[in-house]
Design a protein around this ligand. Structure first.
Ligand SMILES: Nc1c(C(=O)O)ncn1[C@@H]1O[C@H](COP(=O)(O)O)[C@@H](O)[C@H]1O
Length: 166
């Protein structure tokens, strides 16, 4: 009998398609751990109603963690967090004509008390870590996933040489 498809527990949202080259690092981290996700463009500035619908409906849609990436005046993570009690992980995306991601970082990290956004590092490393952190949150209630994360950490440790040359 066909199993019912489980809906993804992680949503990756971003302010623009132009953020995808950075944000796909979060997707790749989740892929590597066998965690399903849904990735879509949602902008607080350009598609405010889509953002409200997404944020207010995210819990009912089955999501447990939201990763939100945006560049420049990055209001998307904070605005999303204001409309849901799901954990929101914010990824500052450096934009071409921007301030190397500092603009985005400060926009995301300086939330007023009461509406938390877990802010990651600027750029690809931040996106990768957002994916890993989302998986670690899910692993609190998923022992199989927890084991896969332990294995990934062990493999990472094994791959780091202690010598400075071959
Ligand atoms: N910061 C936001 C928001 C938002 O916060 O709602 N919506 C789009 N953007 C950002 O604008 C940058 C430039 O977007 P374009 O490349 O589409 O001009 C992107 O990094 C996007 O995340």
């Amino acid at each position: 009998m066909a199993q019912p498809e489980t809906s993804p527990k992680v949503a990756i949202i971003m302010g623009s398609r132009s953020d995808w080259p950075v944000m796909k690092k979060a997707a790749e981290a989740l892929d590597g751990l066998g965690v399903a996700y849904d990735a879509r463009v949602v902008s607080a500035h350009r598609t405010p109603e889509r953002m409200v619908d997404f944020a207010k409906g995210a819990k009912a849609a089955g999501f447990q963690v939201i990763i939100a990436g945006a560049g420049g005046a990055a209001h998307l993570p904070g605005m999303t967090a204001s409309m849901t009690t799901l954990p929101v992980l914010g990824v500052p995306v450096p934009v071409r004509d921007g301030l190397k991601g500092i603009d985005s970082l400060l926009s995301i990290v300086q939330m007023p008390g009461g509406i938390p956004v877990g802010t990651l590092a600027v750029g690809e490393a931040g996106a990768k870590n957002a994916g890993l952190l989302a998986a670690q949150i899910l692993a609190l209630t998923d022992p199989d996933l927890s084991q896969r994360i332990e294995a990934l950490r062990a493999a990472q440790t094994d791959s780091v040489p202690d010598s400075v040359e071959d």
